[in-house]
Every structure is written in C-alpha cells, then in structure tokens.
Design a binder for this molecule. Sequence first.
Ligand code: URA
Length: 286
Amino acid sequence: MGIADDILSHPSAALAALAYQLDLGADETIGDTPIDRFAEAAKPAPVAMTARGLAPTPASRPGRTDADASPDPGPDPGPDPRVDPVAVARAMAEAAADLDGLRLAIQGYDLCDLKKGARNTVFADGNPGARVMIVGEAPGREEDLEGLPFVGRAGQLLDRMFAAIGLSRRSPDAQSALYITNVMPWRPPQNREPDAGEIAMMRPFLERHIELVDPVLIVVMGNTPCQALLNQKGILRLRGHWMQGLGRPVMPMTHPAYLLRTPGAKREAWADLQQIEARLKENEKV
Ligand code: URA
C-alpha cells in the first residue's frame, strides 16, 4: 500500500499530514497563476476507461437526456487578441462619474487575471475628502479577506506612522484625513509583485480615482505605485524627494512592509513624514 492509499484509508493520517503542512507555513492552496474554476467546471468530464472500455458519459447515464449535456466548449481560447485591455479600462474609467461608479467599473472589469484568484475587490478606505491620498501596491491576505486596503500588520504600521503627523483614515475632518487605495484592487497569488501588464491595465482606473478624489498630495508606498504614477522604479533612491505625478506633488516612501523587515529605515520614513506635514502646513497658508 502506497502513502496516498494509507492516507485515504486513515482519515487521522490525512489530518496529521494537513497539520504538518500548516506547521510548515502552507496555509493556502494557491499556485503561481490563478485558475479559473468556472472555466474548469465548464470543461467536459474526463472520459474514464473501465475494464469494459469507455465509462458512460453523463448524458448516456440512465435518467439523463441529451438536453442535460452542455455542448463541448473546447479548449479555453485565452484572451481575445482584438481586445486591448488598457483601452477597455480607459473607456470604463472615464465613464465613471463618481467614486461609486468607479468602484462598480473596477468590479466589472474582467480582463485582469488577478481578479479570478481574489476573494474581494479592494477599492479604497478612508475619507474621500482627504488632502492626502496614499497609493499602495496590492492587497495582501488580510486585505483580500476584508475587502479593505492596508488592514494587516503593514497597514497597522501605516496608520501609526500617519497618526504621528496627525492624519487618520478615520478622521471625518478633511484637514486631518487620509484616503487609501492600491494600484491593484486584487491580491496577486502568493503576494507576488504585479507585473508591468497588470499595472498598465489598472492605471486608467488609478488615474480616474485620483482625479475624482482630487487630493492636495499623493504618497506612493513602494515600487509598484512609483512605476504606475511616476514611471520609475528604485524606491530607495526616490524616497524622500518630491516628484510630480498627474500634475500633483507626489512623495515616494518605502512600503511599511519593508519598514517592518528593516526597522533601521524608520528614521528615513519619519523624515519623509515630516516633509509631508510641512507641505500640508504650507498649503494651509495659500
Ligand atoms: N500592501 C499594500 O501595498 N497594500 C495593501 O493594501 C496591503 C499591503
């Protein structure tokens, strides 16, 4: 008897094997690329060989009619080469008259494969009247579960960092409020970085998002939003320097997840926060 047979015939062995995998940190059954389970379900059931030849197909089983059998959809044809995902995103984003419309447009956009593997579309959190808009990379596990950006450990650090300069996503007062979103509204498998194609197709939505919120300044956290808004990478070089993106001041900062791994970099992050505070005070005088 092989290991697989052993596990199948002893449920306690199967449970122990599962617990062992959890101990190793394998707490999710996901692969590198998302799988469209709906498309999988539409595929015809494999034809099994029996000792007498071919096993009966579902439609030839007693009690079933040919009308029950769905037509063979054939192999997944993949993306339609005539459809330009960036142009579709741009048309949908531009048609959104307000933030609710934009949220619906993103939820209805089906050309980004990351959506297939995500539990939730993570749109934004905070006060849309805020002077400061934070743009992160993409949802992680907690954000995907809750449907809100920056709610995991990195998000808690982000909240503490901005509280230190008097800003909060919970503030009803626009002067002290934050509005938070990400370049990608869907969690990439195993938290990998979004690729250039994924960033390009979601950029029109981000641009419209910024236009609708109309913040005084934008803070980009990490490389992905730097690439999306400034067309540049190299956050350790860019951080702490005011830049222009979509006609607004943009402050690149290291991502709070990086700060959790590299506490020594918090001193520079504090200097960046102080620059943001000073810029907001300047803006009050105008
Ligand atoms: N990291 C991000 O960039 N965004 C989130 O929402 C969470 C973690």
